[in-house]
Structure formats: C-alpha cells, structure tokens
Design a protein around this ligand. Sequence first.
Ligand code: ADP
Length: 165
Amino acid sequence: MIRAIYPGSFDPVTYGHLDIIIRGAALVDELIVGVLNNNAKTPLFSAEERVRMLEEVTGNLSNVKIIPFEGLLIDFAEKMDAVMVIRGLRAITDFENELKMAQTNHKLSPKVETAFLTTSLEYAYLSSTVVKEVAYFGGDISQFVPENVKCKIQEKIIKKESVHQ
Ligand code: ADP
C-alpha cells in the first residue's frame, strides 16, 4: 500500500493543483492532500476553508483525502504512515527551493521519498497568488479555479472591501 502526501498552502486550490492531485492519485493507493496551517503566513482563507474547498473539488476521487497539518512535513508524513511526498514543479524558479526542501526532508527521514510531477503546460503559469491578484482587480478567474472556489474568492474580497470602507 503506497500512501503519498501532496502538501501545500492551497490558498486557494487552483486547476494547477487539481491537475497534480488527479495525476498523483493515479500513481498511488492513497493520496493525502496536506493543507499547511502556517501561522507565519497570513492566508486569505482559513485552513478549514481551504480544506472544505479541496474536499468539494476532489469529491469524485475515491483515494484522495484532505487533512490539515501544522509543523514539519516529515512529522506529518510519519504520522500518516506515508512513504512519498509529491510536489509539483512549474518552472526553474520552483526547482532550487524544492530541491533544498526535498534533500532536507530526506536527511530528516530517509524513509520518505519526494517525487516531482511536472506541471501540465496549460497550468505552468498558474499560482494561487496570481489568481488572488486577478480577482482583487475584478478580473475573470474562471479559467484558473473551479466555480465553487471562484465564488468563495469573490465573497472574501467583497467582505474585505466592506471592512476597509
Ligand atoms: P506552497 O505554499 O508550498 O508553495 P502551494 O499551495 O503554492 O504551496 O503549492 C503546493 C504545490 O503545488 C507545490 O508543489 C507547487 O509547486 C504545486 N503547484 C502550485 N501551482 C501549480 C501549478 N500551476 N502546476 C503544477 N503544480 C503546481
């Protein structure tokens, strides 16, 4: 039984993430999408909101589970009994950081391997940050995120604007 973890912030989940989830889930018995709850970052969505959106968009994938976590990825992997970490690689800019992280994690726990899936070409440019920027300025984000996520971003932005007025 191969259980893998696909960790990230998913603030919010995009079609780029979903592509990695679908392709990753096809390679392993169980894929756990680990939603990082990092107090040092100020996400647009709470961990609970990010988990819920991911659950909504992966409901049709029977071997995918969404679980929030805090702290070291390797501790989470060990707790979940996972032997593999899956990460997506978009461009050369992702590479340096990902390499450092994978090697550090391997030092911390040699049992856990990191596997990289290269992004599908149509999502190579896509990031949660870009999606949020486009949405803030009123741009159409339908091609970047699923419909439920689009609605949640728009609600959040309207709420933020009303607080700042
Ligand atoms: P982090 O906070 O770790 O950067 P993200 O939520 O931005 O988390 O991304 C989680 C993972 O998904 C990372 O491995 C990242 O490289 C990958 N990823 C993000 N966007 C895309 C995309 N458009 N195509 C493929 N992989 C992606």
